[in-house]
Design a protein around this ligand. Structure first.
Ligand SMILES: Nc1ncnc2c1ncn2[C@@H]1O[C@H](COP(=O)(O)OP(=O)(O)OP(=O)(O)O)[C@@H](O)[C@H]1O
Ligand SMILES: [Mg+2]
Length: 348
């Protein structure tokens, strides 16, 4: 059936299948879909199986507010597939939605899809299989750090080194690129989701208040900070008291949130420092001029650029539209597939 669906396509697509957000780029159109990687499931009448109720934005709205028979799941975890069937269904749904943007397509498409640098061959195979099962005829894999660098507009083809740090929901990818390839790549499973988790834990243990995932993310985005110079005020938070189960409100400061993020931030700093230590000397010399570029939603955490610049002594730039860089980069790689400039991973 999905083969038929692809009958409507005439060009290929690139998918940034992220832990937090999935973006679809279509050749000639740019980014045509940007939705949370979330699926709402309902127990069917028999009580045995589950059916998909909503995907993407519609599912996110239900998060934390669902009655017993409905649950909202994130089928991707740490940049890789946690639930194969639901991921496949989610990809199918997004492709179908994206297909409304273009009619009269005839050739089944190639899909370029990105994976974390640190993912295993089995994890990569699973992502490829999910895209094939969703109806693609050919699937190419690109490493997320490479896609991020291309999308951020770094001169990846040049012999001069560029460095990119992509902080997503599940993983932070660090890559040093020269002559169209990754000279160094590493990925750690500490990024935006971990930040939300540590904020939630801190508020539970320090203030006895239970909060949901959406609240934790809101706190991070509003008053989260990685450096004292950008601390910005305080915020009232509501949740449920762990002591008496009643609704409760507390006020939390930016400084306190920064304190709770400390460990997670130090792990990101350590990953960046390790990349610099393992980069060949000739290329490290280039980084003094080019600095490093931050992409991914985590790049928007206030003061992260200041913190990284302080510890590395390098110029740190937040890319334009950091949340879109990987999808744009995957799309640009797609455009270059035919001209034989390939940035693809060798995974088969
Ligand atoms: N203004 C902001 N401040 C801090 N964090 C933010 C901000 N905006 C978005 N984020 C975080 O960025 C993360 C999502 O980024 P992104 O879409 O790049 O991840 P992803 O590509 O889905 O994940 P991954 O690449 O790890 O699979 C989320 O954790 C989100 O909370
Ligand atoms: Mg990502």
């Amino acid at each position: 059936m999905f083969k038929r669906l692809f009958g409507f396509f005439s060009s290929s697509i690139a998918i940034d299948l992220g832990t937090a957000n999935t973006l679809v780029y279509m050749q000639g159109k740019g980014i045509i879909l940007d939705e949370p990687s979330m699926v709402a499931l309902a127990v069917d009448r028999s009580g045995m199986g589950k059916r998909i109720l909503a995907v993407g934005q519609e599912a996110k709205i239900m998060l934390g507010k669902t009655p017993g028979q409905i649950e909202v799941v994130r089928p991707m975890k740490d940049g890789v597939i946690a639930d194969f069937n639901i991921t496949e269904q989610m990809i199918k749904h997004f492709i179908k939605k994206a297909s409304n943007h273009k009619r009269m397509m005839s050739v089944p498409p190639t899909i370029i899809i990105c994976v974390p640098c640190g993912s295993t061959q089995v994890e990569r195979r699973a992502i490829k299989d999910a895209a094939l099962a969703a109806g693609a005829r050919r699937v190419e894999i690109i490493e997320e750090a490479m896609a991020a660098a291309i999308g951020a507009g770094l001169p990846v083809e040049s012999p001069r080194a560029s460095m990119v740090v992509d902080i997503g929901g599940g993983t932070t990818e660090v890559g040093v690129i020269s002559l169209g390839g990754l000279v160094y790549a590493n990925s750690i499973r500490v990024a935006g989701d971990r930040m939300d988790e540590v904020i939630t834990n801190h508020i539970r243990t320090k203030h006895g208040l239970l909060i949901g995932d959406s609240t934790a993310e809101q706190i991070k985005k509003t008053i989260g900070s990685a450096h004292p110079s950008v601390d910005n005020g305080s915020m009232d938070i509501r949740g449920r008291s762990v002591f008496d189960g009643l609704p409760k409100q507390i006020t939390i400061t930016s400084e306190e949130v920064r304190g709770s993020l400390e460990d997670a931030l130090q792990q990101i700093v350590a990953a960046v420092k390790q990349a610099l230590e393992l980069t060949p000397p000739e290329l490290s010399a280039d980084l003094i001029d080019s600095g490093l570029v931050l992409t991914g939603g985590g790049a928007l955490l206030k003061g992260l650029d200041v913190l990284l610049s302080e510890v590395t002594q390098l110029k740190v730039i937040v890319a334009d539209e950091p949340l879109l860089c990987v999808a744009k980069g995957c799309g640009m790689a797609l455009d270059h597939l035919s001209t034989n400039k390939v940035y693809m991973s060798r995974t088969r």
